[in-house]
Structures are given as C-alpha cells and as structure tokens.
Design a protein around this ligand. Structure first.
Ligand SMILES: *Cc1c(COP(=O)(O)O)cnc(C)c1O
Length: 368
C-alpha cells in the first residue's frame, strides 16, 4: 500500500518481544503489558488482544477511557489504571471491572465517598495503592512507614484491594543503581509490613528494572521494550527485541532548486549550489516533530536524506541532492530500520516513547 502517511506495525514482532522478555524473567513473575497511550501509538486493542492470546492476563493503562475501550473490546484480564480517574466514575470502575490506582489517602477517601453516594459497594471496586519511593509523583510516602501501612490497611478493608505498586525513577541509568536499589528496598519494607493481607499483586518493575535489576514482586509492567524501543538511548536491549513500528510516507514531488533560493518557512534552508528537493506529505500535525527541522533524516532508496528547513504542519521538504533516482510516488521511511524512533528521539533531545506516542491519529495504522 502507498498512502499519504502511515505506520506499519508488526504484531508478530511485539509478540516476539513479549516472549523474549518473558524468557528472561525469574519464575513466578508475570508481565503486565503497558498499553497506555494507544499502546505507545501501536494500537491498544490490537496489541492487547494479541497478547491475551499469548496468555497475558494483566494490562495497564493511563486512564478510564483507555481501560473501558479495552474491556468492551474483549480484554478479559486485569486492567489497571496507573493514574488519576475522576471519582465520578466510581460506578463505572465497578461496572467494567477495572482496577484503580489509589494515588493518595485523600483520593482513596473521595473515591469511597463517591461510591457510597452512587450506591456502589466499595468492595466491588478493585484498587491498588500506589507507593511513592522517590519519584514524588503519586502514592503514599514510603518513608512514613507507619502511616503508609495504616492507609493500606484502612482501604484494604473498604475496597477490594488487589495490590500495591511503586515506580522507579532511574532504573534505566546504571550509574544511578544506588537510588534504584534504595527505592526497591523501601518498597519491599512496605510490602513486608502488609504481607498478612496477602495482596495478589506487588510490583515495582518497568522495562528497565526488569532487565537490569534484582527484581522484587510478581509483575513487571512492561512498556517500551514490548514495542522494541529502549528506555534510554544509552541502553542496549537484548538482541532479540526489535522495533515493531515503521512510519512511511511518499514523495509528493521533486524539484531542482537554484543557488540563492531558500526552502520553507523562515527561509532557513539556504541553497548554496544546485540542489534537488523532495516534498513529503507528513508534518507536525501528523506528529512529525517540528524540532526535526533541518535536523531529522528521511530514508529514501535506503539512503538518509536530511530534512531541508522547517517542518510544516502537513509537509516536509528533504534534500535529495545526494540520493540518485528519486521520483514522485516513491515510498520513504520516516521511522524504520535505518532511522529508528530512538535515533530520531536522540537527534532532538527526547526519548523514543515521545516519538511513537506523538504519531497522530491522522496517520493510518496498518498491520503487517
Ligand atoms: C508507563 C509506565 C510503565 C511502563 O514503563 P516502560 O519504561 O515503558 O516499561 C510502568 N509503570 C508505570 C507506573 C508507568 O506509568
């Protein structure tokens, strides 16, 4: 297929990444597939249903809408919302059997009150308490062990509490191991204090933690490497883990540009000698970052061609002077084996996560 701008997603690659990662995990640990943000741009329902077939029973998302979409699409296992949900949705959490993270005692209390007001038995709402071990984002402060323990106990009485979890801030940075290990041991301490509650899920790993740390708990919340990308540019993933997404577009037209002329908005790309420029119908409204202006690369005929001047809303121009035989209608790779999302991210000072999450709904997802 040659469209305007589309991604080709290999579910088979995601499956292999899942199985490869699972192979390396200690006995008793399971994967919780993190499919928030439309599975990092890869299509949440497609990815979750495929993983379900492979035996995956645990999924994590960022909000209620994502959770509900999965549930009504046939995802049967645990669906955990990792962050905030308006307490107005208490009834719906119960109705769709969705597990809500409790982000603070205040939040837990509000959710309880709202459940009561809407005539929902709080015991029919599944929850997991978030524990803050150093990220300072959400959760009970693990440093205050006594109040932390009593909040877990209090709300385990009220809700159907199925677990506790924490999130690691620097698990992708080997030089920060001391901090990561301290986070893990704070979490272990809290888990130990509430051991008698026999909460089924106790978890702290993300991709990076599961790969490079002594693991604790019984779930790894696997996000980025499921999609074959690295937590950090400096990381090396196991060899069998491969990117699952390619982003393609097409050459809309080719033209020769004379010395003295400029290309694009702001006239930032100045032509010094006779050059050839190709226009591609993908721009920042498609999620092709404007930071790639005169920085990014597009692969044409297996060769990298630089973005010429500023990224427009719907189009970019690339300099193909050094790439032979480029014609209108040819397919190009914006993200692919020769210029990956991690590399693109590195070129503009961000992370692969942001690159794939930003590919907008306007870009058609195709599956190969
Ligand atoms: C997004 C997220 C993850 C997944 O992290 P990766 O680095 O993509 O594996 C795990 N846990 C929480 C709480 C998250 O928000």
């Amino acid at each position: 297929m040659i469209g305007r701008s589309w991604t080709e997603i290999s579910l088979d690659t995601i499956k292999k990444n899942y199985l490869t990662y699972m192979d390396g995990m200690p006995d008793g640990q399971k994967i919780m597939a993190v499919v928030k943000a439309d599975a990092y741009g890869h299509g949440d329902v497609k990815v979750a249903l495929m993983l379900q077939k492979e035996g995956c029973e645990n999924f994590a998302v960022s909000n209620f809408e994502e959770a509900k979409k999965l549930r009504i699409s046939g995802v049967m296992g645990q669906i955990l919302i990792l962050g905030y949900t308006p307490v107005d949705l208490a009834q719906d959490l119960a109705k769709y059997d969705i597990t809500q993270a409790l982000i603070s005692t205040e939040y837990a209390q509000d959710l309880f009150v709202r459940a009561e007001l809407s005539g929902v038995d709080a015991k029919s709402i599944k929850t997991q308490f978030a524990i803050d071990t150093g990220m300072n984002r959400i959760g009970l402060d693990a440093d205050d062990e006594v109040p932390c323990e009593s909040a877990i106990r209090q709300y385990a009485e009220i809700f159907n509490m199925t677990g506790i979890f924490t999130h690691l801030a620097v698990a992708d940075m080997p030089e920060e191991d001391v901090f990561t290990n301290a986070q893990i041991s704070k979490f272990e301490k809290i888990a130990e204090r509430v051991k008698d509650l026999e909460l089924p899920y106790v978890h702290c790993n993300n991709t990076a933690a599961g790969l490079w740390h002594n693991t604790f708990g019984n779930l790894t919340r696997l996000g980025i490497s499921l999609y074959g990308l690295k937590p950090d540019y400096n990381n090396t993933l196991p060899a069998d883990i491969k990117p699952a997404l390619t982003w393609k577009s097409v050459i809309a037209m080719v033209k020769d540009v004379r010395p003295g002329e400029t290309v694009g908005y702001g006239r930032t790309y100045k032509i010094d000698r006779p050059r050839r420029v190709a226009t591609i119908p993908t721009g920042y409204a498609d999620g092709y970052s404007r930071h790639l202006s005169s920085v990014g690369m597009v692969v044409v005929n297996g060769q990298k061609a630089p973005v010429a001047g500023r990224v427009c809303m719907d189009q970019i121009m690339i300099d193909i002077t050094d790439v032979p035989e480029v014609t209108a209608g040819m397919e190009v790779e914006l993200i692919g084996p020769d210029y990956g999302a991690d590399e693109m991210a590195h070129d503009i000072g961000t992370i692969g996560y942001e690159i794939v999450c930003d590919i907008s709904a306007r870009v058609e997802r195709t599956y190969i």
